[in-house]
Design a protein around this ligand. Structure first.
Ligand SMILES: [Zn+2]
Length: 206
């Protein structure tokens, strides 16, 4: 189980992720969302529709394990909160979830939607993914059809998340989900995956 985190520490980590990933152009126009596990039953997550470059502590709220608002009780979490809660439920080792609408992930998700997955192999950068020790590793990134119903999306993704070697997945025409034991690991994973997907895009992978 990922260690417990107090709310202020979680908000600080989320604000930092927002500034850093917005600066890369990966969560434009209020897109994307970030969360941190606080303890077994509570998650800190970005409030819906906030500018990720200018996140304040008040833009991070607490939800319960089912995604229901806890504090403040009248705030609205990101519409994709069910996908975050699902990861914390299935993967006890996960402490941070990052979702971005980054360009390479979005383009590749469209190109590979019909195949249902992207295979990344032969890159030294693969070693930035936890547990990967060689460029000879083949990293599979599942691609799921997009849906405006986050519960339906969660249902679609559920069985693949039980594969503990998975580092992320794509939603077609939408973006990338990745995670880590903590914010630093999740940041490393989002940077590595966007880099790898960008290389494959520019190489014309099909
Ligand atoms: Zn999204």
């Amino acid at each position: 189980m990922a260690p417990s985190l107090d709310r202020r520490a979680a908000a600080t980590a989320i604000l930092s992720l927002g500034r850093r990933l917005h600066a890369r152009g990966w969560c434009e126009a209020t897109s994307g969302n970030f969360s941190q596990r606080l303890d077994a039953g509570r998650i800190a997550i970005t409030v819906s529709g906030r500018d990720k470059a200018a996140l304040q502590e008040a833009d991070v709220m607490v939800v319960d394990a089912a995604g229901r608002p806890v504090d403040p009780p009248d705030a609205r979490p990101s519409a994709e909160a069910p996908l975050h809660c699902q990861l914390y439920r299935i993967r006890p080792d996960v402490g941070t979830v990052v979702h971005v609408h980054s360009p390479s992930a979005t383009m590749m998700s469209r190109r590979f939607e019909s195949k249902g997955e992207v295979l990344l192999e032969g890159y030294e950068m693969l070693k930035a993914l936890s547990g990967v020790e060689t460029h000879l590793h083949g990293e599979v990134l599942p691609v799921f059809a997009n849906d405006q119903d986050a519960e339906a999306l969660a249902h679609r993704v559920e069985t693949r998340l039980r594969d503990e070697s998975l580092h992320g997945y794509l939603l077609a025409g939408h973006g990338l989900y990745t995670w880590g034991r903590n914010a630093a690991e999740a940041l490393r994973h989002v940077e590595a995956l966007e880099f790898l997907l960008g290389c494959e895009w520019r190489a014309g992978a099909r």
